[in-house]
Design a protein around this ligand. Structure first.
Ligand code: ADP
Ligand code: MG
Length: 322
């Protein structure tokens, strides 16, 4: 609360912070010789092992279509890119365009651009040799996100979005809520570095996030802000947790911090002025020049009144609308 009033830059994560964080599967492009159900079965079997919100979108879809899943071995998470695992001895990969690029297999990213331009996130399924197809998941922007960004701008705070997601999809979501600064395809450790970089520029940074991958950045920021709907690690690493993940409460927290700090400064001012004048007066310091004296009864009253005025000034914040 003490640091928050100095914040001039707010860094936000996309999934789960600006968006609701409960994506659903909206498109399927099966480019393999498998049936659509088999294609989804492979993808959902892999995603069953993942905790990412994207994974829930895909397994949820498979469940709703009653598509049977298969056991996966040698499962691994590929940081910032996706996942990998084996089914029936075949090694599969599922993730973003960066993953496909790292696999060094042919894939024309133009195929996904018409979707990502609408803010959808691609999950591409591939073997070591070729791309089998992709699905698109989409997440809704939180109702309060746009207003919250506008309010932060009104407070002269710069808002930057950091996400591991696709650049085009990230820019689309950012444009919906009025964020102009976007850094996409960032790995968790890069989120941390980006915060450090901003601090090096002399900025006081608050970071708002919800995921395991946000935790290092939340800890590094001058003020870490977790979504109450987020992961336990994020909440542990942050200084402030917003109930129900309501991002508009961040604006309230900043306003509250600014009011509290200005209240503290006013109180200090009045307390000092009061004593600087009152103590010499009660001690008779002004008697030789002006003939002023203060009856001890009134001096005692004045002392009590000074405390009451400071407390009343502080309580004023309770009546203010944030
Ligand atoms: P973010 O919280 O911004 O999505 P992550 O580092 O968790 O950041 O993920 C970065 C990107 O890696 C995701 O946007 C997605 O494209 C891909 N990814 C991560 N996990 C999975 C998964 N289980 N399935 C498919 N893609 C994934
Ligand atoms: Mg997130």
């Amino acid at each position: 609360l003490e640091k928050l009033h100095k914040v001039d830059t707010v860094v936000v994560d996309k999934t789960g912070t600006i968006t609701i964080g409960k994506p659903t599967l909206v498109d399927i492009k099966n480019l393999s010789d498998k049936s659509d159900d088999d294609f989804i079965s492979v993808l959902a079997s892999l995603e069953k092992k993942s905790e990412h919100p994207i994974a829930h979108a895909i397994t949820g879809y498979a469940e709703s279509k009653n598509i049977a899943l298969n056991p996966v071995s040698a499962f691994e998470g590929l940081q910032g890119r996706g996942i990998q695992g084996s089914i029936d001895g075949v090694e599969y990969f599922a993730g973003n365009a960066k993953l496909v690029k790292d696999l060094n297999i042919a894939f024309d990213t133009k195929a996904i651009e018409q979707f990502t331009a609408q803010g959808k996130t691609p999950v591409i399924l591939a073997t070591k040799q070729k791309v089998l197809g992709f699905v698109m998941v989409a997440d809704e922007v939180k109702a309060e996100s746009k207003q919250a960004v506008a309010d932060l701008h009104k407070l002269k705070i710069r808002v930057v979005m950091l996400t591991g997601d696709d650049e085009k999809a990230a820019r689309y979501i950012a444009s919906l809520v009025g964020i102009d600064d976007v850094v996409a395809h960032v790995l968790p450790q890069d989120k941390l570095e980006k915060i450090k970089g901003l601090q090096m520029e002399g900025r006081v940074v608050a970071m708002a996030g919800d995921g395991v991958n946000d935790a290092p950045a939340l800890a590094q920021a001058d003020v870490g802000i977790a979504m109450g709907t987020g992961t336990d690690v994020a909440i542990e690493s942050a200084g402030i947790t917003l109930l129900h993940g309501d991002i508009s409460k961040l604006v309230k927290a900043i306003k509250l911090s600014r009011m509290t700090m200005s209240g503290i400064k006013q109180n200090l001012f009045w307390a000092f002025i009061y004593n600087i004048v009152g103590i010499p007066l009660a001690a008779g310091a002004f008697y030789p020049i002006f003939g002023w004296l203060l009856n001890p009864v009134f001096a005692g009253l004045a002392m009590a009144f000074s405390s009451v005025s400071v407390v009343s000034n502080s309580l004023r914040i309770k009546t203010k609308k944030l």
